[in-house]
Design a protein around this ligand. Structure first.
Ligand code: SF4
Length: 120
């Protein structure tokens, strides 16, 4: 499918890692001192990483790629030790909280659609 994705200009990237920290899906990794999208289906294409980049190295592009896979992202986040977690057992890492809210909203929309269909 063709959809919006981020595009990282390696020549501009200074490897600061701010985009990786800003990404709710942990879709960006640093490799050899440069930022890379780990997997296209982890990137929702919304660009939370764009405004944080001090080098303006990230832009949007429309291109052929995999669809965003929220389930794969949740599995990825569950497996990956997050550098953002603290020692507090009550602490919920930001990416998980963000995605859990998205899941809850999906269920609400499904329930509303179901209820609307039954009440007509
Ligand atoms: S925020 Fe910009 S400069 Fe920093 S790692 Fe990401 S792409 Fe590179």
């Amino acid at each position: 499918m063709i959809r919006q994705m981020i595009k990282i200009n390696e020549e501009k990237c200074n490897g600061c890692g701010a985009c990786a920290t800003a990404c709710h899906e942990s879709a960006i990794v640093l490799r050899d001192g440069k930022a890379h999208v780990l997997r296209d289906d982890y990137c929702d294409g919304l660009g939370d990483c764009l405004p944080i980049c001090p080098m303006s190295a990230i832009t949007f592009e429309q291109r052929e790629t995999l669809p965003y896979d929220k389930t794969a992202v949740l599995q990825h986040l569950a497996k990956s030790p997050s550098p953002k977690t603290s020692g507090c057992p009550a602490f919920v890492p930001k990416p998980s909280a963000h995605l859990m809210l998205q899941h809850q909203m999906d269920y609400c929309h499904q329930a509303l659609n179901f209820a609307n269909g039954r009440c007509k």
